[in-house]
Design a protein around this ligand. Structure first.
Ligand SMILES: [Zn+2]
Length: 252
């Protein structure tokens, strides 16, 4: 770390749990962020400001006026621009040291597995069930941790699935891929602006903890947030030995 980095990250270095060792891990880390919308905005901004060295951001959408109520990485001047390009501009202004790779198209399961082969962690900020399953598959296949988050209306949920941990469930243990899901979308359901910030900020915190190897991440726990009643609840999550995704890789 050079003198400028020692200053920039000094409030992290002062944390006993994190310190210079943890910050060095962040600087060397590579995170994949799937989705540059409401959740991806605070995730990308906090990982960048905290000094995660390399970010790969995947999103095939463009900035729309209806996004700006909650997708705080984008600005009015960038309406019409690909979201990944808008995100890159905000990150460059925030912390030019961060290397940002952008992918402005939809990625399939195989491409996600290739991407995860190079990344240390995935943060799921998408709103699409099939894409969530594909990312989980890629994380199990490459044995990389997955920080999952979702938000709609006034409700949010977040969990960490760590396939390096033999007792951790994967996303498919909890939400089976065969399950019929009704996609609840912001365009029809509405979404309270700060709920995506609350969930995304928690996802960023979990990702930084997992990368540094500190604290107790939300592995085997699902945190449920209701912003209308200001309630936080937690559910225990168990691994499913018959899970079609992680069932056969157990203890191998
Ligand atoms: Zn599983």
């Amino acid at each position: 770390m050079n003198d400028r980095q020692l200053l920039r990250y000094s409030r992290h270095l002062l944390l006993d749990e994190l310190g210079i060792e943890g910050q060095q891990k962040l600087l060397e880390a590579h995170a994949l962020i799937l989705g540059a919308g409401g959740l991806g905005s605070p995730v990308a901004m906090y990982l960048a400001s905290a000094g995660v060295g390399r970010l790969t951001i995947v999103d095939d959408d463009s900035v729309d006026l209806t996004n700006l109520q909650r997708q705080i990485i984008h600005t009015e001047a960038r309406v019409g621009l690909p979201k990944v390009d808008s995100a890159r501009q905000t990150i460059a202004a925030l912390n030019p040291e961060v290397i940002v790779e952008t992918i402005a198209r939809r990625v399939d399961a195989q491409q996600l597995t290739e991407l995860m082969g190079r990344a240390d962690i995935a943060i799921d900020c998408t709103d699409n069930f099939a894409t969530r399953q594909a990312l989980n598959h890629a994380c199990v296949a490459t044995r990389k941790p997955l920080v999952s988050g979702a938000a709609i209306s006034f409700d949010g949920q977040i969990s960490v699935y760590d396939s390096r941990d033999p007792v951790s469930p994967c996303y498919a243990c909890v939400f089976p891929p065969t399950q019929e899901v009704e996609e609840a979308r912001c365009s029809t359901m509405g979404v309270f602006a700060p709920i995506v910030g609350m969930v995304g900020t928690l996802q960023a915190a979990e990702a930084l903890k997992v990368l540094c190897g500190i604290g107790s991440p939300l592995v085997g726990r699902l945190l449920l947030i209701n912003a209308l009643r200001t309630e936080f609840n937690e559910m225990r999550l168990l691994r499913d030995p018959a899970c079609p995704v992680c069932g056969h890789t157990a203890h191998s």
